[in-house]
Design a protein around this ligand. Structure first.
Ligand code: SF4
Length: 324
């Protein structure tokens, strides 16, 4: 018999505004009857990709797969400037979904290059946001884990430090401290996104009040991994899953009465609702299991992120067959 009585959702979770806006732009474009593509997946989330596909939005990995005149949505992570130029040169309708915060990062990088700094970028190499940022500062040194810092970061007279939006604030601060011994002049541009910081605070708060945390997000997502790590710091065991489908083993919930749920910036709130419901069905007390749906609804209602936050749009209807 299961022991879980209730689910507590982290207060602010679900998509971050950057991801939501980019998805909305793709939906709006499709609803306007335009042949719409996204360059790379807006988010690595099956449900979202399926929803967009149902609206006629195609995901392409290269601009070569977009016909002249069609619309292409740039995802929240942004792209290198040459990609934008190429899309324009090819006569595509570019719908720029680059998050405003990422645009700010790009501008800051351009300034740092102009000012002649040796730039260190804290980020996950090959992450689309980092790849895009490097287009603005090709010589920037990308560093991630602490073990690499001493060898990767040279000693220079003038250095600057900047960050990918979803890097943990503690890591940025630690790297800034490290770099003070590497440069005579050190310019620090803190571009850790406030959404990331708030999400981490709320996850920590939830973790302190529950018996077990379930963190939902991509396996390689830096911000999701960080949430799991923070739960450990709070002394609360945590499991990280990609989707509700990973919840098959009731044993992990044995003896837990209150379970917390949180998610990375690319995880829609609807997925968290599904996870909450599944936990209760799988490992709830008989009463909780019987009321799983209502309890999941209540958990979602108690979060600051309202239901339906996957999109800010009213229901977007797929264009009828034959629409251009
Ligand atoms: S995490 Fe922040 S910077 Fe990155 S896409 Fe979301 S809102 Fe924008």
């Amino acid at each position: 018999m299961g022991t879980v009585q209730t689910i507590q959702m982290a207060r602010r979770t679900g998509f971050c505004y950057g991801v939501r806006e980019a998805i909305d732009k793709a939906k709006e474009s499709a609803a306007a009857g335009k042949l719409t593509h996204t360059l790379g997946q807006n988010v690595h989330n099956e449900g979202v990709v399926r929803d967009l596909a149902a609206l006629g939005v195609r995901t392409v990995e290269s601009l070569d797969h977009v016909d002249h005149g069609a619309a292409v949505v740039i995802r929240a992570h942004g792209v290198r400037p040459d990609v934008m130029e190429r899309a324009n040169a090819r006569g595509l309708e570019v719908i720029d979904g680059t998050c405003t915060w990422v645009i700010q990062e790009q501008r800051e990088l351009v300034k740092l290059v102009e000012e002649g700094y040796t730039i260190v970028l804290l980020g996950t190499p090959k992450h689309p946001e980092v790849v895009g940022l490097l287009g603005f500062a090709p010589d920037a040194i990308v560093v991630d884990e602490e073990e690499e810092w001493a060898t990767a970061i040279p000693r220079k007279k003038r250095m600057a430090l900047i960050s990918q939006s979803t890097q943990p604030p503690w890591k940025f601060e630690k790297l800034a401290a490290f770099m003070t011994s590497r440069a005579h002049e050190l310019k620090i541009v803190n571009t850790v996104c406030p959404v990331t910081i708030r999400r981490q605070e709320d996850t920590l708060e939830a973790a302190r009040e529950v018996d077990l945390m379930v963190v939902v997000g991509g396996r390689s997502s830096a911000n999701t991994k960080e949430l799991t790590r923070l739960c450990g710091i709070a002394g609360t065991p945590a499991i990280q899953i990609e989707s509700v489908r990973d919840l098959t083993d009731a044993a992990v919930f044995d003896g837990r009465t209150v379970v917390g749920v949180t998610g990375g910036t690319s995880t829609p709130i609807e997925d968290l609702h599904a996870v909450a419901q599944r936990i209760l069905e799988l490992a709830g007390t008989p009463e909780a299991a019987a009321n799983a749906r209502a309890l999941a609804d209540a958990a979602l209602a108690a979060a600051a992120t309202p239901a339906g936050r996957t999109t800010s749009l009213p229901n977007v209807i797929a264009p009828t067959a034959g629409a251009a």
